[in-house]
Design a protein around this ligand. Structure first.
Ligand code: DNO
Length: 357
């Protein structure tokens, strides 16, 4: 497993590259041009600038998260063609600085959704929280207001996208799940040949949470959905970002089983834990198995058994020790998460070695 750490870029993150450098075993930063709205081309000049910054610390730029897909592509509007061409141009440019994996998602309008960004846990740390009944009864505009109040812009909650929210909701009245699958397939048929040429794996991120919010269709949310997704193409560029926290919010998703089944198509692993309550609420906890509902020890075991040599990152963490950081993306808990993942991995390695002796 190749360890990475998400970094939002110079002047856009509370965590610096020299801090990341001190976390054991991190080879690369997971990056993006966060200032570029979905649909625009990422220019060669801009991506080369990120490369220059990462080079100073010896980090690779193998993983991009995300090049966001313009809403018109998800909606299948005639204007999608231009945005698809721009997406191809961005793929060609990120390949120039060594990108090997591009994470993306196909969630209508909203990316990940939470009702509370600073819910206090028993230990005094704060975390991201999803209260199901609240979302079920909430006006989307209130959720937007609350999510974007933070001093940091939230990935997937960019102002340009949210400015056209009412129009988007109207457009989606005509797009059901089947239509969304069709629009996704069209996008993939266009993009995968370019990705293949550039030696890039396109790794779709599952829906977070893995169910419909505000009656918008969501389709990448279960083992069955992943099976359908992967059957769309045999291209080596057609891959997954397997996010344990997103899929894990539905306890019917047996994540170690999903990994054991599809490990060879996982290009990028997001590993984090969530504690799911009987009423459907969930809270993000520390990475440790005992602290949540996802068996992170078995998740790592499944990757280890598969000889996984793809990219991994610790995902969201708690906000600890009064850290002022982007919600879910502080330094401390993600660093602790990495050490937990290495601890498990090394123990499974040792176990194998002992077994072979
Ligand atoms: C949230 C992230 C998501 C993810 C995108 C991938 O913290 O996991 O925003 O980056 O869904 O496209």
């Amino acid at each position: 497993m190749r360890m990475t750490f998400r970094w939002y870029g110079e002047d856009n993150d509370s965590v610096s590259l020299d801090q990341i450098k001190q976390i054991p075993g991190v080879e690369g930063v997971v990056w993006a041009l966060h200032h570029r709205p979905a649909g625009e081309v990422w220019t060669e000049e801009e991506v080369r600038e990120v490369k220059r910054q990462a080079d100073e610390y010896g980090f690779n730029l193998d993983v991009v998260e995300s090049i966001n897909v313009h809403e018109d592509i998800k909606l299948g509007k005639p204007t999608r063609d231009e945005y698809i061409e721009n997406y191809k141009a961005s793929l060609r440019n990120v390949a120039k600085v060594g990108a090997k994996v591009v994470c993306f998602n196909f969630m209508p309008v909203f990316d990940w959704t939470r009702t509370d960004l600073y819910k206090e846990l028993e230990d005094g740390s704060t975390v991201l929280f999803y209260e199901k009944s609240k979302v079920d009864n909430m006006n989307p505009n209130d959720l937007i207001k609350q999510t974007t109040e933070s001093e940091f812009t939230m990935p997937g909650w960019e102002p340009e996208r949210l400015a056209t929210i009412e129009e988007s909701f109207k457009d989606y009245e005509k797009v059901d799940e089947e239509q969304l699958w069709k629009n996704l397939e069209h996008f993939l048929n266009e993009i995968l040949p370019v990705a293949e040429e550039e030696d890039i794996k396109m790794a779709i991120h599952p829906d977070d949470p893995p169910w419909s919010v505000f009656d918008l269709p969501r389709i990448i949310n279960s083992e069955k959905a992943i099976e359908r997704y992967l059957s769309i193409s045999d291209s080596p560029a057609h891959c997954l970002t397997l996010c344990t926290g997103s899929l894990g919010a539905n306890t019917e998703n047996d994540i170690p089983k999903i990994i054991r089944r599809f490990a060879d198509r996982v290009a990028f692993a997001h590993i984090r834990n969530v504690r799911v309550y009987d009423n459907g609420d969930f809270i993000e906890t520390s990475h440790r198995t005992k602290d949540g509902s996802v068996p992170i020890d078995d998740v790592v075991k499944a990757y280890h058994e598969a000889g996984f040599d793809g990219y991994v990152r610790p995902d969201h963490g708690r906000h600890l020790w009064n850290e002022n950081c982007r919600p879910g993306y502080g330094l401390y808990d993600r660093a602790l998460g990495i050490m937990y993942l290495w601890g498990l991995w090394d123990a499974y390695e040792l176990n194998n070695k002992k077994g072979a002796e």
